[in-house]
Write a new protein. Structure first.
Length: 135
């Protein structure tokens, strides 16, 4: 029984990896780290993200964040936008590419769910939900 569970789990992981690899090709994200994607997620979570706020949330210095954001600008993931109220403040905005990368995990999960839904009956899906919630 252990071997069957192992093989089934391995198949599940391989499916996830396969979906993820397709995303890498679609979004040209082979050279981006999980750490950088986490920063993009943080930026994506707040429309009024500033350098100072990102430094505080990530527990980094402002110069470190400036360096990171400049790298993201070079990677075409973010851009800076001056505040209309206070020209000294710059907001960090995600480009379309940045949004796709920040939401990559959610997109992979959605693809996985669609694949699962196409292979299982409604009853099997409910059973799978029950089993996964036990973990």
């Amino acid at each position: 029984m252990y071997e069957e569970l192992f093989e089934a789990y391995k198949k599940l992981i391989n499916l996830s990896i396969s979906l993820s690899k397709n995303m890498d090709v679609d979004y040209d994200c082979k050279n981006i780290t999980e750490h950088q994607i986490e920063y993009l997620r943080i930026i994506d979570s707040d429309l009024s993200m500033t350098f100072s706020k990102l430094a505080c949330l990530t527990k980094n210095s402002k110069p470190t964040i400036t360096q990171t954001i400049n790298r993201f600008i070079d990677m075409k993931c973010v851009y800076k936008e001056k505040s209309q109220e206070d020209r000294r403040v710059s907001y960090i905005r995600l480009t379309e590419r940045g949004k796709k990368l920040a939401r990559k995990e959610d997109i992979i999960c959605t693809k996985f769910l669609n694949y699962t839904a196409s292979k299982l009956s409604e009853e099997e899906i409910l059973e799978l939900i029950k089993l996964l919630n036990k973990l």
